[in-house]
Design a protein around this ligand. Structure first.
Ligand code: PEP
Ligand code: MG
Length: 325
């Protein structure tokens, strides 16, 4: 089957009735770029920059970050590289940054909250991303957004940095796209308000499921409750997609759910435009997309909506997958 899958690498992710989706790669280090390209990724949908801050005893300087981002952006061009700003805290620890002890780190000072508090660190990263944007197609992605105010603060800071860079004579892409992760229930509920502020949305199902179902994503004792097909999750995903469509803003998905071939029909039916996953899954997901009509996937989602629990939905979906693939 591995042989057969290589066949899909050069093909588009298009359904039998001509509906196209974009499949991109999640990466954590530059070494993954050649793999992403080999697997036919149309760019990077999620670059988790935490890894730049690991295995060292200082936070990376602007020049260090610039060179890392530039290398990835250049090798991916003309495809976009979506650089997510530091998502530290919660389950993600990095060296060089001491987080205070928190009783509930997942609900504490993590991701964008940390960045907006430690503005000097944040500015170094934003300057590096903007400067790297001169070398290809970069996009900025902000993690753990819960409301419009956070986006406004980020945009304000970006504006300040643009002026600094102009004054210093540094080049950057003036039209760089700005996006946010939809990974908190609050963001899902106000997607329509957030969408007005940004160029694209990317759903982080790992955190969205954790926060919606109140299930610690890293706790083995409740792992059985981490259910992507839970009726609450299906409804939340549909709400996000519908709000994004209404606002005319591109909506992607970059949580682990995007790379699991089992969910491909569901994501297609819900209407995600851009799926980002670990590169080795791209061919498997594409293979499924290329063998269905979009309305069939939409009908399946309607059926799943009628079911009362994740196991029922999983059985229905597995039945459909076994029949077809
Ligand atoms: C997510 O939460 O789904 C996501 C993609 O981000 P991370 O797994 O890095 O938190
Ligand atoms: Mg997340």
């Amino acid at each position: 089957q591995a042989e057969e899958l290589t066949y899909f690498r050069g093909l588009e992710a298009v359904t039998l009735d001509g509906h196209r989706v974009v499949l991109r790669s999640n990466i954590e280090i530059a070494e993954e770029v050649p793999i992403a390209l080999r697997e036919g990724a149309q760019g990077v949908g999620l670059f988790r920059t935490e890894f730049l801050y690991m295995k060292r005893n200082h936070v990376p300087s602007e020049e260090e970050q610039l060179s890392a981002y530039r290398q990835i952006i250049e090798s991916m061009a003309p495809h976009p590289v979506t650089i997510r700003t530091l998502d530290v805290g919660g389950d993600k620890l990095v060296s060089g940054i001491d987080l205070s002890d928190e009783a509930n780190p997942a609900m504490g000072l993590r991701a964008i909250r940390f960045s907006l508090k430690e503005k000097n660190l944040f500015k170094v990263q934003l300057r590096a991303i903007l400067r790297a944007s001169a070398f290809g197609n970069a996009r900025i992605l902000f993690p753990m957004i819960t409301g419009v105010a956070e986006i406004k603060s980020c945009k304000c800071l970006l504006q300040e940095i643009r002026q600094e860079l102009v004054a210093e004579g540094h080049a950057f892409d003036p039209d760089i796209e700005i996006g946010i992760m939809i990974e908190t229930p609050a963001a899902a509920l106000v997607t329509e308000l957030l969408a007005r502020e940004v160029d694209f949305l990317s759903v982080g199902t790992n955190d969205l499921i954790q926060y919606c179902l109140a299930v610690d994503r890293g706790n083995e004792h409740v792992a059985y409750l981490f259910e992507p097909l839970h009726p609450a999750i299906l409804r939340t995903l549909r709400m996000i997609c519908d709000a994004a469509k209404q606002a005319g803003v591109m909506v992607g998905i970059c949580g682990e759910m995007a790379g699991d071939p089992l969910y491909a029909l569901v994501l297609l039916g819900l209407g995600f435009d851009e799926w980002s996953m670990n590169a080795p899954y791209i061919s498997q997901v594409k293979r499924i997309i290329r063998q269905v009509h979009r309305p069939e996937a939409e009908r399946l989602v309607e059926e799943l909506f009628e079911l009362g629990s994740a196991p029922e939905a999983a059985r229905r979906l597995a039945g459909e997958m076994n029949k077809r693939f």
